[in-house]
Design a protein around this ligand. Structure first.
Ligand code: HEC
Length: 132
């Protein structure tokens, strides 16, 4: 009986810490990270325009990810299929802090020749998360 209790409690602890981990790196946490850094809320409409527009270079974000990031995108040069960016359509999207930072750094340099500001990132993430 005691063993069963220990197993049950142990399982619960594992489950809870797993849930806490998932919650701390999920799309909402990524958005919150950039909102805190920018000291303002992300604005979905501004994010949509930012994503669809070119910023002086050949590509917009949409050139690879598509105008509707609820669907798969196609890389502008390699033709590789990209999973949808909108988390509601791709449960893996925006869940890994290192991955989000790495790709934003690289993608923003391609599109803007600089890193995106925290406010720009918050806007784009607010839009991506709002897509259902
Ligand atoms: C030249 C093509 C290209 C452009 C332009 C581009 N991206 Fe990406 N992006 C990628 C690729 C490739 C990945 C990695 C996806 C994969 O491995 O499936 C990626 C990944 C990402 C991710 C990480 C998603 C995750 O898995 O959590 C984000 C966020 C992102 N891009 C946002 C943007 C934004 C914002 C812009 C515009 C500033 C942009 N991208 C422009 C190719 C591009």
């Amino acid at each position: 009986m005691r063993t069963v209790q220990i197993i049950l409690v142990g399982g619960l602890v594992v489950l809870l810490s797993w849930a806490a981990m998932a919650a701390s790196t999920g799309p909402a946490a990524q958005l919150e990270r950039f909102e805190t850094e920018a000291a303002r809320r992300g604005q979905a409409e501004a994010g949509r325009q930012f994503f669809l527009t070119k910023h002086g270079n050949e590509w917009a974000c949409a050139s690879c990810h598509g105008e509707w990031p609820t669907r798969s995108g196609r890389h502008a040069t390699t033709g590789k299929t990209l999973e949808p960016l909108a988390p509601a359509f791709n449960p893996k999207s925006l869940t890994d802090t290192a991955r989000v930072d790495k790709w934003l750094r690289r993608n923003c340099k391609d599109v803007l020749s600089r890193e995106c500001s925290a406010g720009e990132k918050a806007d784009v993430l607010a839009w991506l998360i709002s897509l259902r």
